[in-house]
Design a binder for this molecule. Structure first.
Ligand code: XLS
Ligand code: NI
Ligand code: NI
Length: 434
């Protein structure tokens, strides 16, 4: 049985190929900056979008044609696992990510739900062993079920907190069992709509307590994967607590969680926060919290978390410039992205992922070329050269006070206007490499 009978394994054919079902830039074994592309990226397929996305929207019914789908049963869930692995094998992606509820249906009780999950996890494990495809990270869906209407760890209802804890306990065990390399906490409804009914301080304290429990349990069961928080400023709530990289890092520091967490940065979430992706990666990285990437892109005209596949070469070049600067990703690049509602045929799933992988491969090569020439680095170095000697070096070395600097300036008199920032020149320079 095959779900994609017309599709052969996707191969690298080089930039001149006109075959839409081939890579033109992603060549897994090609070495860039001393590392094969496959290791730079560790591309991952998001189970929820690619295998559970239906194409429904607030105005209309599902549109996706998925001949392998049937009733929401364990049997069908197991069949879907085989389809998913056939897809990933043909695509040549080596990782995937999933929420507990993506892979198996909920039962009437948590015990039944856990049994359903176990039955599917058994098959996930078999397929991982058969194909060598690995789990980049697991996560628990703490937002879809109506019980999470007020959030999970930040719910006003203590029983809901407890239910979420039970769910995370199970999903940590599952992720461990599958050899997952990480575990993501995206606070689906950890935030609020209205402060009139919200005790923010108490909710944040609860969220921290919840994460501390997860750290304790992780250690107890010997799970060594990396924990990640995924920032997002809004949607579904108006104010999500983990709003951007800076807010997450502040939270981790305030609640003594820095040893156990890094960030999983998502492009569309950066946009919603009013930042460029490059900004979010840079911010997380220089503070020591860069972990993994959820790759996608938004549509600036729509202004929502549309989760489109990234095809913009400027975007991927900017991501790779910062990622290379900080020595690469510990995690990987997960396509948290979905095909458009109008792209409803199975083959569209291939086009979408191929495009994203090729865009990142090009971004990597362009970024590596820019770095090899060193012009950007040189420009930045010179721009800050006043800090390398004299008064700048003394200030950086902590040798000055407001008084000593006032005296320095009094003696010096007026100062020279600084050099031009040359933004346009630099933008033109980047274009030379595209
Ligand atoms: C939603 C998030 C979600 C997380 C995993 O916007 O991106 O998909 O990545 O829960
Ligand atoms: Ni995400
Ligand atoms: Ni998202």
């Amino acid at each position: 049985m095959t779900a994609f009978p017309e599709i052969e394994k996707i191969r690298y054919e080089g930039p001149d190929s006109r075959n839409p079902l081939a890579f033109r830039y992603y060549n897994p074994d090609e070495v860039v900056e001393g590392k094969p592309m496959r290791e730079h990226f560790r591309f991952s397929v998001a189970y929820w979008h690619t295998f559970r996305g239906t194409g429904s929207d607030p105005f209309g019914a599902p549109t996706m044609i998925r001949p392998w789908e049937g009733a929401d049963t364990v049997e069908n869930a197991i069949n879907r696992v085989r389809v998913a692995f056939e897809f990933m094998e043909k695509l040549g992606v080596e990782y995937y990510c999933f929420h507990d509820r993506d892979v198996a249906p909920e039962g009437k009780t948590l015990a039944e739900t856990n049994r359903n999950l176990d039955a599917v996890v058994k098959v996930l494990k078999e397929e991982q062993e058969r194909t060598g495809i690995k789990l980049l990270w697991g996560t628990a869906n703490l937002f879809s079920n109506p019980r999470y209407v007020h959030g999970a760890a930040t719910s006003c209802n203590a029983d809901v907190f407890a239910y979420a804890a039970a769910q995370v306990k199970k999903m940590l065990e599952v992720t461990h069992e599958l050899g997952g390399q990480g575990y993501v906490f995206w606070g689906g409804r950890e935030g609020y709509q209205n402060l009139y009914n919200t005790d923010m301080k108490r909710e944040l304290d609860h969220l921290a307590a919840f994460l501390h429990m997860a750290v304790d349990y992780k250690k107890k069961i010997g799970f060594e994967g990396q924990f990640y928080i995924e920032p997002k400023p809004k949607e579904p709530t108006k104010h999500q607590y983990d709003s951007d990289a800076a807010a997450c890092i502040n939270f981790l520091r305030a609640y003594d969680l820095t040893d156990d967490f890094k960030l999983n940065i998502e492009t569309n979430h950066a946009t919603l926060a009013g930042h460029e992706m490059m900004h979010e990666i840079e911010y997380a990285a220089h503070q020591g919290f860069l972990g993994s990437i959820d790759a996608n892109t938004g549509d600036l005209l729509l202004g929502w978390d549309t989760d489109q596949f990234p095809t913009n070469i400027y975007l991927t070049t900017q991501c790779m410039l910062v990622i290379l600067k900080y020595g690469g990703l510990a995690g990987g690049i997960n396509f948290d992205a979905k095909v458009r509602r109008e792209s409803f045929e199975p083959v569209d799933l291939f086009h979408a992922h191929i495009g994203g992988m090729d865009a990142f491969a090009r971004g990597l090569k362009i970024a590596a070329a820019i770095r090899a020439d060193g012009v950007l680095d040189q420009f930045v170095k010179e721009r800050y050269s006043s800090w390398d000697t004299g008064i700048g070096a003394e200030i950086e070395a902590g040798k000055h006070t407001l008084e000593s600097l006032a005296q320095y300036i009094m003696e010096k008199g007026d100062i020279e206007p600084n050099r031009s920032g040359r933004q346009e020149y630099l933008e033109n320079l980047i274009n030379m490499y595209l």
